[in-house]
Design a binder for this molecule. Structure first.
Ligand code: PLP
Length: 632
């Protein structure tokens, strides 16, 4: 487990049991009365056709733990409650979940349900997100905030205003100055008084990947000049009372509390100025940015780590707001945060299988007739070969490598000229690999082929180099004897994972042939935020199968409460406007025209349309069953 730093990034939810399997404690550590869930048992129940009562879902598979969501929400709330209480802060914390981090219906519904007692709300950044937030919040507390961010047209604004009529606590946050005219116009037409916020473009800038959001040149928000103009216009229309919230977001993964406090202090000054100018300010919305320690290093100078705990984050925010407001004698605002990553990252695990491993066999010395080999080489290569042999005899390894390289380059040139045959070139390649291996300079990293699409399931790795903890979910009592990189199913050279947490360029991995021919399952952790919505259908791979797992008193300590097979080939074909039924008919007619279909080719093709696009490593009947379940 130490090899994969699980104690660093996994606590309090993930650890390894005495059988060497990853375990999940969905309620976090402080609850010893809850049994740990063995992840391998969950995967087998979900996917193994031999498992009794199994669901026979094909991999890849996302396993969601709603109890983790509950624990994350409660932990954030309690961190702020503690900070509020210990610092004598005069108001309270009331967070919202930015649905863009994971819009899955059950994730959003769970968050609304679990957060209802502390008025936890939602944040939307587009019309469909607003629609889903409105409908989900109908089941929550009417005091919960519904923060309306993002680019807005008249339709978006009217939806946000209608939400107020429905007794939802919507706040239209101006991201562009022009939105104000539309807000004034629509509110008059609909006869609804809006609650308005402004998003401030702060000068405080975070230096990591996500820092481009902030600073004067950031994409979003209003400058001080624009904020002043908004105040004047609202005043002119007798609507300054409507301005009640100040929002800012300096970027995701804020690395340190020092930077956080800097941003909050700047925003709090703006907040106090808005109070001075006569706005009815009530809420300070500090945006997202509460980070995740993906590599467990607690470092403040990396995009994949953060140097604070939840408690330290909350304390820094409360202290900074209190400090500024006290100096200006301004009543303490409600503090709202839009933490997304910090709420949903831990709750889902992506499980996939390594199906094969490329083993490059380096030829042995005995397979070379060293003398004859040299003679067969083209004349121009003789001196390189001679120099290589001499430096090998002298034990001069550096020269050996240099001459081997020279020999190889010369022979490639000769091959391109048509003066070397393919067996000779293969011989030269083999000899160079042998030299590399003999002097310990060759790269012993294997390629493990995984039944997954990086573009669909880990798009942030491909797009922005985001690293996630990846490790085998079993056999962790056994030392992994290989080093590997992961290569996915897509026909794209970017479809590989060759950088891992801790700055590693390979992952410690086991031989694939486990006990009793057991499959080799890997898990990608902390990927519950952003990955599912960002993933595309490159090569027409669709999303994974999905299950929700809760703790139960049963023999294994868990119950699967929902299971959905991933999209079939038909489903992904439809995404690109194809019509699977018509395609099948075309192919069926072709079969009737050309072949005698006793072998059931048409049936096979029909089955392929129904199955998932991933490799069918198990038996195909399991796929049929899973798809049957999906249709039910
Ligand atoms: N709020 C806004 C306006 C954002 O742009 C984002 C993401 O970038 C978030 C909230 C969520 O941020 P995070 O996931 O870092 O909490």
């Amino acid at each position: 487990a130490a090899l994969y730093r699980i104690d660093g990034w996994g606590a309090p939810y993930f650890s390894v049991n005495s059988s060497g399997n990853v375990t999940v404690r969905p309620h976090g550590s402080g609850t010893m009365d809850h049994q740990e869930i063995d992840l391998l048992k969950v995967v087998k129940k979900a996917s193994d056709p031999k498992s009794s009562g199994g669901l026979e879902l094909p991999l890849p598979l996302i396993i969601r733990f709603p109890d983790v969501l509950k624990n994350r929400l409660e932990s954030i709330q309690s961190a702020f409650n503690c900070a509020v209480e210990s610092q004598g802060y005069g108001s309270h914390y009331q967070g919202v979940y930015p649905v863009k981090c994971n819009q899955d219906r059950f994730v959003v519904e769970d968050i609304v349900k679990f957060g209802s007692s502390f008025r936890f709300g939602l944040e939307a950044g587009s019309k469909p997100e607003l629609l889903l937030a409105m409908s989900c919040l109908c089941k929550g507390s009417s005091e919960s905030l519904l923060i309306c961010n993002g680019f807005k047209d008249a339709e978006y604004i009217s939806l946000a205003l209608i939400a107020r009529k429905l007794s939802l606590n919507s706040v239209i946050v101006l991201e562009q100055e022009e939105e104000l005219d539309s807000v004034i116009d629509m509110s008059r037409k609909l006869g609804v008084l809006p609650v308005v916020g402004v998003r401030a473009k702060l000068r405080t800038k975070h230096s990591g990947h996500f820092g481009s959001t902030s600073g004067e040149k950031g994409k979003f928000g209003l400058t001080t000049t624009q904020i002043v103009r908004v105040v004047k216009k609202l005043e002119k229309y007798g609507m300054l009372d409507c301005l009640q919230l100040l929002h800012f977001h300096i970027g995701s993964q804020i690395p340190s509390t020092a930077l956080l406090a800097d941003g909050v202090v700047e925003a709090a000054q703006i907040y106090c100025e808005l109070v001075r100018l006569g706005a009815s300010m009530k809420v300070m919305d500090i945006g997202g940015g509460l980070g995740i320690d993906y590599d467990g290093s607690k470092s403040t100078d990396s995009d994949v780590s953060v140097g604070y705990t939840l408690e330290e984050y909350a304390a820094a925010v409360v202290q900074a707001v209190k400090f500024v407001c006290d100096r200006k004698s301004v009543r303490h605002p409600v503090i709202c945060s839009e933490s997304g990553r910090a709420i949903v990252s831990h709750h889902s695990i992506l499980i996939f299988e390594a199906v094969s491993r490329s083993k490059y066999r380096v030829p042995t010395l005995s397979s070379f007739d060293v003398h004859q080999f040299g003679e067969q080489l083209p004349e121009e290569a003789h001196s390189d070969y001679h120099n290589l042999s001499q430096s090998a005899i002298r034990g001069d390894y550096e020269s050996c490598l240099a001459y081997a390289d020279q020999l190889k380059q010369r022979c490639v040139e000769k091959f391109k000229d048509g003066c070397l045959d393919i067996e000779q070139l293969a011989g030269v390649d083999g000899l160079c690999d042998l030299v590399g291996k003999a002097i310990g300079a060759s790269d012993p990293v294997s390629t493990y082929h995984i039944n997954l699409s990086v573009f669909t399931s880990i798009p942030d790795f491909w797009g922005i180099g985001q690293l996630f903890p990846i490790l085998p979910i079993h056999r962790l009592e056994e030392y992994p004897s290989n080093k590997g990189v992961l290569s996915d199913l897509t026909c794209d050279s970017d479809g590989k994972i060759d950088r891992f947490i801790g700055g590693e360029s390979s992952l410690p991995l086991h031989e694939l042939e486990g006990e009793n021919g057991m499959k080799y399952y890997l898990g990608m952790f902390l990927g519950g935020a952003y990955e599912e919505a960002l993933g595309g259908v490159h090569n027409l791979f669709g999303g994974p199968s999905l299950i929700r797992v809760s703790q139960s008193d049963g023999p294994h300590g868990f119950a699967v409460t929902r299971a959905v097979a991933g999209p079939s080939c038909s489903d992904v074909l439809r995404v690109m406007q194809h019509e699977p039924e018509v395609m099948f008919e075309t192919l069926k007619h072709r079969i009737e025209e050309y072949v005698d279909d006793e072998g059931g080719m048409a049936g096979g093709i029909a089955e392929s349309f129904h199955n998932m696009p991933y490799l069918t490593v198990g038996s195909s009947c399991c796929l049929t069953a899973a798809n049957g379940m999906m249709k039910n």
